[in-house]
Design a protein around this ligand. Structure first.
Ligand SMILES: O=C(O)[C@@H](O)[C@@H](O)[C@H](O)[C@H](O)CO
Ligand SMILES: [Fe+2]
Length: 356
């Protein structure tokens, strides 16, 4: 595995590459071209500029999160073939730049959903949280308002103001969509891009739905073991894989993380590891420190399962708590993610040495 950290680029991130380099546990960077809209081609030049900036800081560009999939592709509208063609050109250019891991998601309208971005814990840190009760009382169109006021002045991916202005339209676009219809569009997309992935050895890593149940009546197709299996079996190519995200897939406590890792053997191309605390039933949770005893997940067992399943892709501490007075994009401060990366590396070293 390669320990990585997500970086939002010089223009958007409060954290610098120099700081990340000093963590020492982190060798790779996960990033994207944040100015690009879904459906646009990424030129080789743009990709190389991004890559050189990271390499100049002594780090390795380990993967892209995300090359976003357009609504035309997700809804299967007449424009989808043009967007898929552009997506393929982007993949080819990434391949030419020697980049082989691409994360994406297939969630309609909202990328991830939280009701609070700064819930205060007893230790004084703040974390992202989700309460189903609050969601049930909220108009979907108002969702952005609640999120916007808590973004610490940053623009969080998936929640760009230009996109959220169109939220009503987006809901109309997905009207009448059920899981089968959305899944058929995912299949169409994957089948179209696989030849390019084969040629350039690009591992596509779909991100699980977050949270892993339907929100505002929108369909979910990457949220249970059953539908992960359906995705793998429908397009049985090893380049069709997943981002194993414990904090998203694990929001549903009925999902058996360890069993799923074994089922996905050979198809996990990227891992996001974070821990969650559940309050008051299953559908109220908050992100905790990475430490196993701070949340519901046994992080040691998760890493051991990844190790035993032969996982060798990039891994990143996912969201962290906001601590020590840091002001950063919620979930993406430097300090707690640095602690998380050290913890994960420590566990991994022990697991590897136990083997010998
Ligand atoms: O919660 C997060 O910050 C990420 O895990 C997602 O936004 C992820 O980047 C996308 O869903 C992947 O396309
Ligand atoms: Fe994730």
């Amino acid at each position: 595995m390669e320990m990585t950290m997500r970086w939002y680029g010089k223009k958007h991130d409060t954290v610098t590459l120099e700081q990340i380099h000093q963590i020492c546990y982190v060798k790779g960077i996960i990033t994207t071209l944040y100015e690009k809209l879904p459906g646009e081609v990424w030129t080789l030049d743009e990709i190389l500029t991004m890559k050189n900036e990271i390499e100049d800081a002594g780090l390795h560009l380990a993967g892209i999160e995300s090359v976003n999939v357009s609504d035309a592709i997700k809804t299967g509208s007449p424009d989808r073939d043009r967007d898929i063609e552009n997506y393929i050109k982007t993949l080819e250019n990434l391949g030419k730049a020697d980049i082989h891991t691409v994360c994406y998601n297939f969630m309609p309208v909202f990328d991830w959903t939280r009701t609070e971005l700064d819930r205060k814990r007893e230790d004084g840190t703040t974390v992202l949280a989700y309460s189903q009760k609050q969601i049930d009382e909220l108009e979907p169109e108002k969702m952005f308002e609640t999120i916007k006021n808590n973004m610490n002045g940053s623009v969080m991916p998936g929640w760009e103001p230009e996109r959220m202005e169109k939220v009503k339209e987006l809901f109309t676009l997905y009207k009448g969509f059920d899981e089968d219809r959305l899944f058929a569009n995912l299949k169409y997309f994957l089948e179209a891009i696989m030849p390019a992935c084969d040629k350039y050895d690009i591992n596509m890593a779909i991100h699980p739905d977050d949270p892993s149940w339907s929100v505002f009546g929108l369909p979910r197709i990457i949220s249970t073991q059953e539908n992960l299996k359906r995705m793998m079996d429908t397009v049985p190519n090893k380049h069709n894989g997943i981002t194993f995200c414990t904090g998203s897939y694990g929001t549903n406590l009925n999902n058996d993380l360890i069993d799923t890792i074994h089922m996905l053997k050979g198809r996990i191309h990227f891992a996001h590891v974070r821990n969650l605390r559940f309050n008051d039933g299953m559908r109220d949770f908050e992100e905790s420190a990475h430490l196993s005893s701070d949340g519901a997940f046994d992080i040691y067992k998760i890493l051991k399962a990844l190790h035993d399943a032969g996982f060798d892709g990039p891994i990143r501490p996912d969201h962290g708590r906001m601590m020590w007075g840091e002001k950063a994009m919620p979930g993406y401060g430097l300090y707690d993610r640095a602690l998380g990366s050290a913890y994960l590396c420590g566990l991994w070293e022990a697991i590897e040495k136990e083997e010998k």
